[in-house]
Write a protein that binds this ligand. Structure first.
Ligand SMILES: NCc1[nH]cc(CCC(=O)O)c1CC(=O)O
Length: 314
């Protein structure tokens, strides 16, 4: 089937990645009759380093592109024509010859609090244990609730729910976007307000990479693009790039449109032990890709400077 396909989609094999790839396939088939025929779109599952190593925090494995490298290689090698990614996992610098022309409409950006015993962090007694593999989430929790404990905790949704049931931890966190896309929003005990925990850069956004010269795929994808989501993601990713942190620097950012068409960008960095947090924000009067990226760069550079080399360990 793959050799007769008009378009080959590459994706990781996790349930969330597959749901995202199927969403892209279905939208393309709906927008373009020639892609709606049986077998016109093939989906190729590619295992990445991040999928293979499940016993360590991602920050310990180190390196950028843990969830993208093998997929990038398949794309540039011509084995697939487009790759569907959670933008949260995509490094700010793309390989030569690759472009990211499409951002889908963004999902819920918030983190979800998940516990069988408590309704929120505020209810948790001192010493309660929260499992998370994300340094940002760990650091944000310790910053706001220094009496809670965090432990590194990886695995898919099912594994985490089992560990919660076994009382290995008292609570865990997941992105609302992932739960929604899996059709399981009820797994969340409650979404956490952005003010209480600023999300990761590009959380809830899906992006599609292609080969720069592949005009056919670019044309097909145009129907799926959401410019407002792309502008928000551009602001947040520019901040991330300017901060140039290692994978050990907890960074959070969120750009949101106001009702008057302006955009508010918030960026935070936190020490891994939660002992210090630096915040900044920008208001962008007329947001487009260029002004959003410029504001993001500016905000990121400000925090980098204020934090100094000791905060942003490279
Ligand atoms: N590498 C983990 C990852 N990458 C994207 C998502 C969630 C979906 C999203 O943010 O779009 C997740 C899991 C999680 O944070 O719960």
């Amino acid at each position: 089937m793959t050799d007769t396909a008009k378009l080959r989609i590459g994706t990781r094999g996790s349930p969330l990645a597959l749901a995202q790839a199927h969403e892209v396939r279905d939208k393309l088939a709906k927008a373009h009759p020639e892609l709606a025929e049986d077998g016109a779109i093939a989906i190729t599952v590619i295992t990445t380093t991040g999928d293979k190593i499940l016993d360590r925090a991602l920050s310990e494995i180190g390196g950028k592109g843990l969830f993208t490298k093998e997929i990038d290689d398949a794309l540039m090698g011509g084995e697939i024509d487009l790759a569907v990614h959670s933008m949260k996992d995509v490094p700010t610098v793309l390989p030569d010859g690759m472009i990211l022309p499409t951002i889908l409409p963004r999902e819920d950006v918030r983190d979800a609090f998940i516990s069988l015993k408590y309704k929120s962090f505020a209810e948790m007694p001192a010493g309660s244990v929260i499992g998370s593999a994300s340094l940002r989430r760990q650091a944000m929790i310790l910053n706001k609730y220094p009496n809670l404990k965090v432990v590194t905790f990886r695995g898919n949704v099912q594994t985490r729910l089992r560990k919660l049931g076994e009382e290995q931890v008292d609570a865990t966190l997941l992105a609302m976007a992932g739960l929604n896309r899996l059709g399981q929003p009820e797994i969340a005990t409650a979404p956490i307000a952005e003010d209480d925990m600023l999300p990761a850069v590009a959380q809830g956004a899906i992006g599609i990479t292609i080969r720069e010269e592949d005009q056919q795929t670019k044309d097909w994808l145009a129907a799926l693009h959401c410019e407002k989501s792309a502008i928000r993601v551009a602001a947040e990713r520019a901040a991330l790039k300017a901060l140039d942190g290692s994978c050990r620097t907890p960074i959070a950012a969120l750009a949101e449109f106001n009702d008057d068409g302006s955009m508010r960008l918030r960026v935070s960095i936190v020490r891994p032990d939660g002992s210090e947090r630096l915040d900044t924000e920008r208001l962008i009067a007329k947001p487009d890709m260029a002004s959003a990226a410029a504001a993001g760069t500016d905000a990121g550079e400000e925090l980098k400077q204020r934090g100094g080399p000791d905060f942003i360990s490279a």
